[in-house]
Write a protein that binds this ligand. Structure first.
Ligand SMILES: [Zn+2]
Length: 161
């Protein structure tokens, strides 16, 4: 059987939360002292975009189908654990993650000091290299006004079709 390569795309966005007790979690890493994002789970936009990219590459739908935000059991969920479950589903369907690349769009905080940690955490869970790049919105639009954080991800998987 020839090797088949597929790509998947993921996107996610979360607004910042008004709740001062919400932690900011990105790529499975907690940013202490920063304003958290609002969402049903821990609102980890990077983990969610990576999950959607991998599910899409494997033809397994999207994160909302697997982990509905109406499920009370997922309130405050650790999104890296949801990613781990999604990776297991991708592998069970016969696909192996090749790599995932992410672009996070945000004005603050600076990602660079925590980038290696995020990449290490996500790569361990995915079982393949995951790279994370930060990009400012240059003051344009909602992200530029510091109302939230968005993330784009592209994933490659290989398998036998
Ligand atoms: Zn999300």
């Amino acid at each position: 059987m020839p090797l088949t390569v597929r790509v998947g795309q993921g996107f996610d966005v979360h607004p910042f939360s008004d709740d001062p007790d919400r932690r900011l979690v990105l790529g499975g890493v907690v940013f202490d002292g920063e304003v958290g994002l609002a969402g049903h789970s821990d609102a980890d936009a990077i983990a969610h975009a990576v999950t959607d990219a991998l599910l899409g590459a494997a033809g397994l739908g999207d994160i909302g189908q697997h982990f509905p935000d109406t499920d009370p059991a997922l309130a405050g969920a650790d999104s890296v654990e949801l990613l781990r479950r999604a990776v297991a589903a991708v592998r069970a369907a016969g696909w192996s993650p090749g790599n995932v690349d992410c672009t996070v769009v945000l004005e603050a905080p600076k990602l660079a000091p925590r980038r290696a940690e995020m990449e290490e955490r996500l790569s361990e869970v995915v079982g393949a290299p995951v790279t994370v790049k930060g990009k400012r919105a240059e003051g344009l639009g909602a992200i530029g006004r510091r109302e939230g954080i968005a993330c784009f991800a592209v994933a490659l998987v290989t398998g036998e079709d």
